[in-house]
Design a protein around this ligand. Structure first.
Ligand SMILES: [Fe+2]
Ligand SMILES: [Fe+2]
Length: 198
Protein backbone atom coordinates (compact mmCIF):
# COMPACT_ATOMS: atom_id res chain seq x y z
CA UNK A 1 0.00 0.00 0.00
CA UNK A 2 1.34 3.43 -0.92
CA UNK A 3 2.45 5.75 1.84
CA UNK A 4 -0.13 8.29 2.95
CA UNK A 5 0.90 11.66 1.39
CA UNK A 6 -0.33 13.51 4.51
CA UNK A 7 1.88 11.38 6.72
CA UNK A 8 4.88 11.97 4.45
CA UNK A 9 4.22 15.70 4.57
CA UNK A 10 4.00 15.65 8.38
CA UNK A 11 7.29 13.77 8.55
CA UNK A 12 8.96 16.28 6.19
CA UNK A 13 7.70 19.21 8.29
CA UNK A 14 8.96 17.57 11.49
CA UNK A 15 12.37 16.91 9.94
CA UNK A 16 12.68 20.47 8.64
CA UNK A 17 12.03 21.70 12.18
CA UNK A 18 14.28 19.19 13.96
CA UNK A 19 17.27 19.01 11.63
CA UNK A 20 19.80 21.47 10.24
CA UNK A 21 19.25 22.40 6.57
CA UNK A 22 22.29 20.31 5.54
CA UNK A 23 21.00 17.23 7.37
CA UNK A 24 17.52 17.72 5.92
CA UNK A 25 19.05 17.83 2.42
CA UNK A 26 20.95 14.63 3.26
CA UNK A 27 17.73 12.88 4.32
CA UNK A 28 15.93 13.94 1.16
CA UNK A 29 18.94 12.70 -0.85
CA UNK A 30 18.83 9.35 0.95
CA UNK A 31 15.13 9.05 0.09
CA UNK A 32 15.80 9.75 -3.58
CA UNK A 33 18.61 7.18 -3.75
CA UNK A 34 16.78 4.60 -1.63
CA UNK A 35 13.59 4.75 -3.68
CA UNK A 36 15.52 4.56 -6.97
CA UNK A 37 17.57 1.57 -5.79
CA UNK A 38 14.44 -0.07 -4.38
CA UNK A 39 12.76 0.05 -7.78
CA UNK A 40 15.85 -1.37 -9.48
CA UNK A 41 16.13 -4.25 -7.02
CA UNK A 42 12.45 -5.08 -6.50
CA UNK A 43 12.47 -3.88 -2.88
CA UNK A 44 9.37 -2.19 -1.43
CA UNK A 45 9.66 1.51 -2.37
CA UNK A 46 7.22 2.67 0.34
CA UNK A 47 9.13 0.96 3.13
CA UNK A 48 12.31 2.37 1.62
CA UNK A 49 10.88 5.89 1.61
CA UNK A 50 9.78 5.68 5.26
CA UNK A 51 13.06 4.18 6.47
CA UNK A 52 15.08 6.74 4.52
CA UNK A 53 13.06 9.74 5.68
CA UNK A 54 13.21 8.74 9.35
CA UNK A 55 16.65 7.12 9.66
CA UNK A 56 18.35 10.24 11.03
CA UNK A 57 15.38 11.77 12.88
CA UNK A 58 17.28 11.42 16.19
CA UNK A 59 20.66 12.45 14.76
CA UNK A 60 20.62 15.94 16.22
CA UNK A 61 19.45 14.96 19.70
CA UNK A 62 22.07 15.60 22.37
CA UNK A 63 23.94 12.70 23.97
CA UNK A 64 21.94 13.14 27.17
CA UNK A 65 18.67 13.12 25.24
CA UNK A 66 19.64 9.92 23.44
CA UNK A 67 20.69 8.18 26.65
CA UNK A 68 17.52 9.18 28.47
CA UNK A 69 15.37 8.16 25.48
CA UNK A 70 17.08 4.76 25.57
CA UNK A 71 16.44 4.41 29.30
CA UNK A 72 12.81 5.47 28.89
CA UNK A 73 12.30 2.80 26.27
CA UNK A 74 14.02 0.05 28.24
CA UNK A 75 17.06 -0.16 26.01
CA UNK A 76 20.35 -0.54 27.82
CA UNK A 77 23.16 1.39 26.14
CA UNK A 78 26.34 -0.68 25.78
CA UNK A 79 29.77 0.65 26.79
CA UNK A 80 30.41 2.10 23.30
CA UNK A 81 27.07 3.87 23.28
CA UNK A 82 27.66 5.18 26.81
CA UNK A 83 30.95 6.66 25.61
CA UNK A 84 29.60 7.95 22.30
CA UNK A 85 25.82 8.35 22.69
CA UNK A 86 25.54 9.56 19.08
CA UNK A 87 25.84 5.87 18.12
CA UNK A 88 22.32 5.46 19.50
CA UNK A 89 20.67 7.71 16.93
CA UNK A 90 19.69 4.82 14.66
CA UNK A 91 18.31 2.68 17.48
CA UNK A 92 16.25 5.60 18.78
CA UNK A 93 14.73 6.49 15.41
CA UNK A 94 12.01 3.77 15.57
CA UNK A 95 10.75 5.12 18.89
CA UNK A 96 10.29 8.59 17.39
CA UNK A 97 8.79 7.11 14.21
CA UNK A 98 6.25 5.16 16.27
CA UNK A 99 5.44 7.91 18.79
CA UNK A 100 5.24 10.83 16.38
CA UNK A 101 3.96 9.21 13.21
CA UNK A 102 2.41 5.88 14.21
CA UNK A 103 4.87 3.89 12.10
CA UNK A 104 4.48 0.23 13.00
CA UNK A 105 6.69 -1.76 10.68
CA UNK A 106 9.49 -3.89 12.11
CA UNK A 107 11.22 -4.16 8.73
CA UNK A 108 11.41 -0.36 8.50
CA UNK A 109 12.52 -0.14 12.13
CA UNK A 110 15.30 -2.66 11.70
CA UNK A 111 16.70 -0.80 8.68
CA UNK A 112 16.81 2.40 10.76
CA UNK A 113 18.46 0.64 13.70
CA UNK A 114 21.37 -0.77 11.73
CA UNK A 115 21.83 2.01 9.17
CA UNK A 116 25.19 3.19 10.46
CA UNK A 117 26.89 0.05 11.81
CA UNK A 118 25.23 -2.64 9.74
CA UNK A 119 24.33 -5.93 11.44
CA UNK A 120 25.30 -9.58 11.25
CA UNK A 121 21.93 -10.34 9.65
CA UNK A 122 20.88 -7.78 7.06
CA UNK A 123 17.74 -8.04 4.98
CA UNK A 124 17.24 -6.26 1.63
CA UNK A 125 15.85 -3.06 3.21
CA UNK A 126 18.69 -2.97 5.76
CA UNK A 127 21.22 -3.23 2.93
CA UNK A 128 19.43 -0.66 0.81
CA UNK A 129 19.32 2.01 3.52
CA UNK A 130 22.90 1.30 4.62
CA UNK A 131 24.11 1.95 1.07
CA UNK A 132 21.76 4.84 0.23
CA UNK A 133 22.88 6.66 3.40
CA UNK A 134 26.44 6.50 2.09
CA UNK A 135 25.96 7.36 -1.56
CA UNK A 136 23.11 9.90 -1.70
CA UNK A 137 23.86 12.80 -4.09
CA UNK A 138 24.94 15.29 -1.40
CA UNK A 139 27.80 13.15 -0.11
CA UNK A 140 31.02 15.00 -0.85
CA UNK A 141 33.38 12.04 -1.33
CA UNK A 142 34.11 10.43 -4.70
CA UNK A 143 33.60 6.94 -3.24
CA UNK A 144 29.88 7.73 -3.11
CA UNK A 145 29.57 7.66 -6.89
CA UNK A 146 31.51 4.39 -7.21
CA UNK A 147 29.31 2.83 -4.53
CA UNK A 148 26.15 4.02 -6.26
CA UNK A 149 27.24 2.49 -9.56
CA UNK A 150 28.12 -0.78 -7.82
CA UNK A 151 24.83 -0.76 -5.86
CA UNK A 152 22.86 -0.54 -9.09
CA UNK A 153 24.49 -3.81 -10.22
CA UNK A 154 25.15 -5.63 -6.93
CA UNK A 155 23.65 -4.23 -3.73
CA UNK A 156 25.43 -6.67 -1.44
CA UNK A 157 28.85 -5.92 -2.94
CA UNK A 158 28.13 -2.23 -2.36
CA UNK A 159 27.30 -2.96 1.30
CA UNK A 160 30.68 -4.63 1.72
CA UNK A 161 32.47 -1.67 0.12
CA UNK A 162 30.67 0.79 2.41
CA UNK A 163 31.56 -1.31 5.46
CA UNK A 164 35.22 -1.35 4.47
CA UNK A 165 35.22 2.38 3.80
CA UNK A 166 33.62 3.18 7.15
CA UNK A 167 35.86 0.83 9.15
CA UNK A 168 38.97 2.31 7.55
CA UNK A 169 37.79 5.86 8.18
CA UNK A 170 36.95 5.19 11.84
CA UNK A 171 40.29 3.50 12.44
CA UNK A 172 42.27 6.24 10.69
CA UNK A 173 40.60 8.72 13.02
CA UNK A 174 41.68 6.47 15.91
CA UNK A 175 38.09 6.16 17.07
CA UNK A 176 36.66 2.96 18.61
CA UNK A 177 34.74 0.68 16.25
CA UNK A 178 31.40 -0.57 17.52
CA UNK A 179 31.39 -4.41 17.63
CA UNK A 180 28.23 -4.44 15.48
CA UNK A 181 30.33 -3.03 12.63
CA UNK A 182 32.86 -5.87 12.92
CA UNK A 183 30.14 -8.51 13.23
CA UNK A 184 28.39 -7.08 10.18
CA UNK A 185 31.57 -7.04 8.11
CA UNK A 186 32.69 -10.55 9.11
CA UNK A 187 29.24 -12.02 8.53
CA UNK A 188 28.89 -10.53 5.07
CA UNK A 189 32.41 -11.48 4.07
CA UNK A 190 31.80 -15.08 5.14
CA UNK A 191 28.43 -15.18 3.41
CA UNK A 192 29.97 -13.98 0.15
CA UNK A 193 32.91 -16.38 0.43
CA UNK A 194 30.55 -19.29 0.94
CA UNK A 195 28.62 -18.16 -2.14
CA UNK A 196 31.86 -17.87 -4.13
CA UNK A 197 31.75 -14.07 -4.35
CA UNK A 198 34.52 -13.33 -1.90
FE1 LIG B 1 22.71 8.23 10.63
FE1 LIG C 1 22.15 9.48 7.37
Amino acid sequence: MANDPDQIERIETYLREQLSPARYRHVIGVRETAVALAKQHGIDADQSELAALLHDCAKECTGDELLSMARRNGLEADEYEQQTPGLLHGKMAPFIAAEQFGVDDEIVFEAMRCHSTGAAEMGPLDQLLFVADFCEPNRPYTAALDVLELAERDLEAAVLDVMQFKLRKTMLKKQPVHPDSFHAYNALLNKRRRAGNG
